[in-house]
Ligand binder design. Structure first.
Ligand code: NYM
Ligand code: MG
Length: 229
């Protein structure tokens, strides 16, 4: 377990419409067979009446379809009138993010622990903004978070407890949706192999570490359909 901190207050819903409803329409491509499991997360529409937004994280291997599903979930929520934003980590727009991006493109080399800390720093530099958005009622749909940080670095052989440590104090998600795709399937998708880490054997190790990080906020869903990136 990663020692992320819970924000005060629950993401509440006046209408009890939650992620279950958000994920319900078949076109999003997420498995919705376990709808009841999503009902723990409640959200506030509009955000101005005191409820905080929900922090929803999508995780998975490279090319597992997270980016598409984040976009679909976000557009569904917005269509329902929720105040929601899409975020992603790494956030390549910051100066730390640019260092990360260059490393991922193999344009620079960094020590394994150094890049691990940069990924974490990239979340820390966004923490205050994340907190204020959530507290003001904005729901955040986030493509990758601390679990990516730990799973990918631990897959390199770094001690997993060491990998978890810099995440301590970041905000805990209300829901983590893990897109469970076989590494071989992910590798069939277009553009695979363009970045560091996009190798089947490595991704298998990442999947094992993801598995060890699951907690009660996680919902694991099968990858059901090919979706455009
Ligand atoms: N990644 C991402 C990490 O190794 N640690 C992290 O903390 C995060 C957020 O970066 N292979 C890796 C996972 C991906 C790569 O992410 C870039 P994306 O979502 O493929 O752009
Ligand atoms: Mg990727």
């Amino acid at each position: 377990m990663i020692a992320l901190v819970r924000l005060a207050g629950r993401a509440a819903s006046r209408s009890r419409v939650g992620i279950a409803a958000a994920a319900a329409p078949p076109p999003v491509g997420l498995s919705v067979q376990r709808r009841r499991a999503f009902q723990g997360v409640r959200m506030e529409t509009g955000g101005s009446k005191g409820g905080r937004g929900a922090l929803v994280v999508l995780e998975g291997l490279d090319r597992s379809g997270k980016t598409s599903q984040c976009a679909r979930l976000l557009s569904f929520l917005k269509g329902k009138g929720y105040n929601a934003e899409g975020w992603r980590f790494p956030d390549r727009a910051t100066s730390v993010g640019q260092m990360i991006s260059s490393y991922l493109a193999n344009d620079s080399q960094l020590d394994d622990r150094t890049i691990h800390l940069l990924f974490s720093a990239n979340r820390w530099e966004k923490r205050a903004l994340m907190e204020s958005k959530l507290l003001s009622g904005t729901t955040l749909i986030v493509d990758r978070y601390s679990y990516s940080g730990v799973a990918f670095s631990a897959a390199k052989g770094l001690d997993i407890e060491w990998c978890k440590a810099p995440e301590n104090g970041l905000i805990a998600p209300d829901l983590v949706i893990y897109l469970d795709v076989q590494p071989e399937k992910a590798a069939e998708r277009g553009g695979y192999g363009g970045e560091r880490y996009e190798k089947i054997e490595f991704q298998k190790k990442v999947a094992e570490h993801y598995h060890s990080l699951r907690d009660s906020t996680w919902k694991v869903t099968q990858f059901l359909q090919e979706s455009p990136r």
